[in-house]
Design a protein around this ligand. Structure first.
Ligand code: ADP
Ligand code: MG
Length: 673
């Protein structure tokens, strides 16, 4: 057996299991080794039934005191039995598992693991795991890996398969020299794989994760630096020398630019005049005014006779940018088009034709722009807005539609500068730190659901003054099992509440593009006073007249996402307000939401979020497809990131990342709305 062999060469994996593995993205033995557990369970000592706490995952040992009964209830087959350990009884139930009738017999003793519940004064467990007493003793104290599953494959199958390749794991050669491992306290790669699947204890598991995180970072740094070297070699075929014209454009804007904005534009103009092409990231918190920076850059390119393109993550945002750019360029003879998934066929044909013959100067669109049939005459600059919603490969695909066009990416993800320099090693960075003048800081409050009525009155008063409001609900439709607000019934209720004196409309991702666009347009035109929406409005939407953002079930969102949502207000010179409704007033939730109440600063919030949660996704970076790590966590493993950077700097190309795992910068289309 070799790492590159198909999983079918593992004893016990047949055609059918291989197909299930394929669904999990596991094709080769190598993939199998890199299929990491998402969690680990420890099996504790058994508890007396009388002492178990309701709602907890419990380990109990009991003798079967009843017959095993299988009966049909509606279309379910229920298997039930009762156990006792002398301190109490528990009723156990399994669905659609009639074979258990042959497993369990009255008088036998087993260990059961499951969540303890109470019904009609009787303790119950539904679908508990079951183990023979001796089997359980062996398993106890070991950490049991829990793998991500797909229908038809069990955790046991995966575990058994990995055990069969365990000796291959032991022989994997390390790409790091021993002295590097030793002097940095890193585990060897084979030990790391061994411990990620079969951890002996928490410390070994932690060290295994550290080593794997190091490898992911190292590979990432290695690749971005290689990309940078390629970029540095790309000859600039689209020199832009339009400083004077851009200065005129800036002068005529209805506002004066912030220092950060001017500096970003200057840096872009210098880049585009150089001998090599530009690759630049513009980073600035929500509302810092990144769009106008892109507009200035694109204007330079277009005046020089080249074409420009902007890719955004949602149709709603594409439409909005389209209107904004028409205003920006109203004094110029510039032909702008908007290309999105829902663009009518005839219109689409015209756009494709005019992009190819050069009649269109600027196209604004969604990922529809990277379809194969989109061709340009001479693409000089590609801009990706809200870059964290796109994968590296999608950005690349758009660039490849031109002959080495300049690249500008815009991001509201507040990564500290030191980190940004490592993570975006292939890009130069401009940071816009201050917000435009005249902005009043948003006033925030975190309140319970009993505040709702007051909030409705407050919103009504704002509407009377000519302002507009957003209300965010986590769901589209009502779900009986969850006590969570949904856009559909919320809209109905609110219309009742306001008795149609205030115009309330709903917006959510399950509407057709036409519907969504019509509603956004009406909202922009002030034909709608209150927009009840899901998070579809999270990115980019700009309506400076909206002054209230009310978020229902705020406890269900990450701080980062809440900050992005809040960024939809406070975009004009009017005082804006954000009301976070805490639907679950636990102390922890209140503490978390207070972070938002106390600050409007994205960097601060990001850091607090990390402190509170410790791990997980950081402003969506990890889940975004932009930078996708399996194990590495930007903050928990920041020491590994630094180490990877240091080792790359010291050994450069002498240490090549192990080639046996996938490129971590995968395209992730599922993130595109
Ligand atoms: P973001 O950085 O979130 O993309 P936008 O580019 O959408 O922000 O800008 C937010 C709002 O601020 C827009 O209405 C824009 O016209 C306005 N704006 C941008 N720059 C300035 C400025 N220097 N002074 C005043 N308003 C500005
Ligand atoms: Mg924006």
């Amino acid at each position: 057996m070799q790492l590159t062999d198909n999983v079918k060469s593992v004893n016990g994996i047949g055609e059918k299991t291989a197909e299930l593995f394929a669904r999990l993205g596991v094709y080769t033995i190598n993939d199998l080794i890199h299929f990491y557990p998402r969690n680990y369970l420890t099996y504790g000592e058994v508890t007396e039934i009388a002492k178990t706490s309701i709602g907890d995952r419990c380990f109990i040992k009991g003798m079967i005191t009843s017959y095993v009964v299988v009966k049909k209830v509606r279309n379910l087959q229920l298997t039930t039995l009762t156990i006792s350990d002398g301190t109490g009884n528990v009723k156990l139930t399994w669905f659609n598992s009639p074979f258990l009738k042959n497993v369990f017999h009255k008088g036998e003793t087993y260990v059961f693991v499951g969540t303890m519940k109470v019904k009609n004064n009787m303790r119950e467990m539904s679908m508990p795991e079951y183990y023979k007493v001796s089997e359980y003793e062996l398993m106890r104290q070991e950490m049991q890996p829990v793998y991500p599953l797909t229908k038809g494959i069990t955790n046991k199958t995966i575990q058994k398969s990995i055990i069969k390749v365990r000796n291959l794991i032991a022989n994997i050669k390390d790409n790091l020299p021993e002295d590097v491992l030793f002097s940095n306290g890193l585990m060897s790669i084979s030990e790391a794989y061994e411990n990620i699947h079969f951890p002996q204890d928490e410390i070994l598991l932690k060290n295994a994760m550290k080593r794997l995180a190091f490898d992911e970072f190292y590979r990432f740094i290695f690749n971005t630096n290689r990309l940078k070297k390629i970029n540095l070699l790309l000859q600039n075929n689209h020199k832009v020398i339009k400083g004077k014209e851009i200065a005129e454009f800036v002068d005529k804007l209805p506002f004066s630019l912030t220092k950060g904005q001017s500096q970003a534009i200057d840096e872009i103009l210098i880049d585009m005049g150089k001998d090599t092409t530009m690759n630049r990231l513009v980073q600035g918190d929500v509302g810092s005014g990144k769009t106008v920076v892109a507009a200035a850059a694109l204007l330079g390119v277009i005046l020089q006779g080249y074409q420009g393109a902007i890719m955004v993550p949602t149709e709603v945002l594409a439409k909005q940018h389209y209107q904004e750019f028409q205003k920006f360029y109203s004094e110029y003879n510039i032909n702008i088009a908007c290309l999105v998934g829902s663009t009518k066929l005839k219109e689409k044909r015209r756009i494709l034709e005019e992009l190819e013959n050069g009649e269109i100067d600027l196209v604004i669109g969604t990922h529809a722009l990277i379809e194969d049939r989109v061709l340009f005459k001479d693409l000089g600059l590609v801009v990706t807005d809200e870059q964290h919603r796109f994968g590296v490969n999608q950005r690349k695909k758009l660039s490849e539609k031109g002959d080495a066009p300049h690249v500008l990416v815009m991001s509201a993800t507040p990564i500290p500068r030191t980190l940004a320099i490592i993570m975006y090693a292939d890009l130069d960075i401009s940071i816009i730190t201050q917000l435009p003048k005249g902005r009043k800081p948003i006033k925030n409050c975190v309140v319970g659901t009993n505040y709702r009525e007051t909030a409705y009155k407050f919103i009504a008063n704002q509407v009377l003054e000519g302002r507009q409001a957003y209300i965010i609900c986590p769901m589209v439709f009502e779900n009986e099992n969850l006590d969570v607000s949904d856009v559909t019934s919320y809209t109905d209720n609110l219309r009742n509440e306001y008795q149609d004196k205030i115009k309330v409309e709903a917006l959510h991702g399950q509407m057709s593009s036409e519907e969504k666009n019509a509603i956004m347009e009406a909202f922009m035109n002030k034909e709608i006073d209150v927009l009840v929406s899901t998070t579809v409005i999270e990115v980019g939407i700009n309506n400076p007249n909206a002054t209230v953002m009310m978020i229902e079930n705020a406890e269900r969102f990450g701080l980062a996402q809440l900050h992005q949502l809040r960024g939809r207000v406070g975009r004009g010179d009017k005082q804006s307000y954000c009301i976070f409704i805490n639907g679950k007033e636990s102390e922890e939730q209140t503490k978390r939401l207070k972070v938002l109440e106390n600050s409007n600063d994205g960097f601060y919030i990001a850091n607090e979020d990390l402190k509170l949660r410790g791990s997980g996704d950081f402003f969506g970076v990890r889940q975004s497809g932009e930078i996708e790590f399996e194990i590495a966590d930007l903050y928990n493993h920041s020491d590994m990131l630094k180490l990877a950077q240091d080792i790359y700097a010291k050994y450069g190309n002498e240490i090549v990342p192990r080639e046996d795992f996938d490129d971590i910068s995968k395209v992730n289309n599922s993130n595109i709305i």
